[in-house]
Ligand binder design. Sequence first.
Ligand code: NAI
Ligand code: MG
Length: 360
Amino acid sequence: MTPQNFTIAAIPGDGVGSEVVDAGRTVLDAMAEHNGAYSFTWEEYDWGSDYYSRTGLMMPEDGLERLRPVDAIYFGAVGWPTIPDHITLWGLRIAICQGLDQWANIRPVNFLPNVPSPLRDAEKRDLDWIVVRENSEGEYSGFGGRNFHGREGLGQVATQNAVFTEVGCERIMRYAFDLARSRPRKKLSCVTKSNAQQHGMVLWDDVFKRVAAEYPDVESDSVLVDAMAARFVLNPESLDVVVASNLHADILSDLGSALAGSLGLAASANLNPEKRTPSMFEPVHGSAPDIAGKGISNPVGAVASAALMLDTFGLAGEGDALRASIAETCRQGILTRDVGGTATTHEVTQALIDNLAVAA
Ligand code: NAI
Ligand code: MG
């Protein structure tokens, strides 16, 4: 049988991005070699801050067209202290998410063995939740402007508008309800701030209520974002699927991964659920300039993102095998410094490969 081949565009980007994407590629290639039923063809793109320094662009003008034909995009991180963050983020990551309409951003929070959590008794509790982030509009729509440069005595004015469309709200709510329905606890919490934001967030709530009526088997509630931040810390057992706007979910998912022990562990998938365009898989963390180049970055977030990629390829058993290998590697105490260990990126990557055979 000829192996099923998947073409993946790798965009390592900046800082630790290249270290963790390398780690993920090594693990995926080892899996393909071991299994034989599938294979990966990698296309590597050197887009990011260095590319910007050379060309004045974060990616070439036809960048999106080059990405369109691939089966998936595997992304590291963008951002470097020499270039303003809004240029790097909008020029590459947001340009890809919005340009390819990857409207659902999935961010699971996993608690791993041997990784100390600030929730002291985390190992004894049943903690496992997924943040579903609206990834195409909301607070990151880019509408607004800056004016009155040099206005005598009064200073400049900037507006940054949040945009909520009924279509955008409805598709992310449906995605979240379907995901909740597929999980054992069948619970969905919708994050809002409609007490203070009386236009966009009220539409968001209205759509949530309307869609909820079609899912009587899913238990749902609506929670203000500030209260939800407290609930993440105080009562995380109550969480199953959490749906939130672009900004709210960005913040809450970092909080979730910090509770699980480190930003370096957190995985993320930017999905176009209709599969009209390739989806993009990336660790939640940024380019970590403070540790970049030292070989100590945690590859687990990038490798767990690769597991989400295998799920969407329909190789679901393989995604589970990879997650089992991550848990086994942690159980053996093979951990990078951010989670209290001494192992290098390379040592953790090798252990992830060795443990695949054990986990299988
Ligand atoms: P960051 O996520 O890069 O780093 C925050 C902290 O977490 C640092 O102490 C870092 O050492 C640690 N950390 C991050 N990833 C790690 C890993 N794999 N292993 C071990 N420790 C890890 O966030 P920061 O410092 O706010 O931003 C740095 C740059 O990254 C900025 O330019 C920012 O705009 C960009 N950024 C890019 C993102 C993306 O491409 N998706 C997401 C977040 C930030
Ligand atoms: Mg973030």
